[in-house]
Ligand binder design. Structure first.
Ligand code: ITT
Length: 196
């Protein structure tokens, strides 16, 4: 039978990106529609990634479950929006989250002072397993949103080596270099090697 895991997320963009990153060797199954996750109460990405797994494990038995939590950490803002990235403006609204962040950074005029990183933590549980995988990518917060692809903070996160925001990259380009790619590539090879 094909190797598979359930992905404990309601975020369709994440599901699509992770399916692409994982490829054909492992099937990534979505959360059944009737499941609604509780508010994320963890203080770290690790805690929240695990909480999503643990919650789904109440419904799904004898399978691998993966939870992921991600965030954008801006150096000059002491790591904000960080663990609260999804609800930074008070609601789950990408446009408002971006507006709030740009407003908070409006006095940081030097590009080199606008450093940030995206971090993904993936937590794998099931079959006696509990393991974490981490991926990071460094970038610069732009002064204005640019590009129409991706989701979340992608329009204001520029990759310095490329000179483009994540939202200006194609889906494939983003998912070859992203924080999510780095975390899920490790998870993929961990699972594949376990079964050898
Ligand atoms: P789940 O909890 O259901 O997985 P979520 O959207 O709430 O979905 P998170 O709790 O991990 O996801 O919140 C992360 C937020 O960080 C997300 O809403 C985006 O605003 C932002 N984010 C995460 N990964 C991103 C990416 O690749 N590009 C842009 N923004 C991202």
């Amino acid at each position: 039978m094909k190797l598979y895991f359930y992905l404990a997320t309601k975020n369709k963009n994440k599901l699509e990106e992770i399916r692409y990153i994982i490829g054909d060797e492992i099937e990534v199954l979505p959360v059944p529609d009737y499941i609604e996750f509780p508010e994320e109460t963890g203080l770290t990405l690790e805690e929240n990634a695990y909480l999503k797994c643990e919650y789904l494990s109440r419904y799904i038995k004898d399978s691998y479950i993966v939870g992921e939590d991600s965030g954008l950490f801006v150096e000059k803002l002491n790591g904000l929006p960080g663990v609260s990235s999804a609800i930074f403006s008070g609601s789950r609204n990408d446009k408002k989250n971006i507006e709030k962040l740009l407003e908070m950074m409006k006095n940081i005029k030097e590009k080199k002072e606008r450093k940030a990183k995206f971090v993904t933590i993936a937590c794998l549980i099931g079959k006696g397993e509990k393991k974490f995988f981490k991926g990071e990518i460094e970038g610069i917060i732009t002064f204005q949103p640019r590009g129409n692809n991706g989701f979340g903070y992608d329009p204001i996160f520029e990759i310095p080596e490329i000179g483009k925001t994540f939202a200006e990259l194609t889906f494939e380009e983003k998912n070859k270099i992203s924080h999510r790619k780095k975390a899920f590539q490790q998870l993929k090879y961990y699972l594949i090697n376990k079964l050898k």
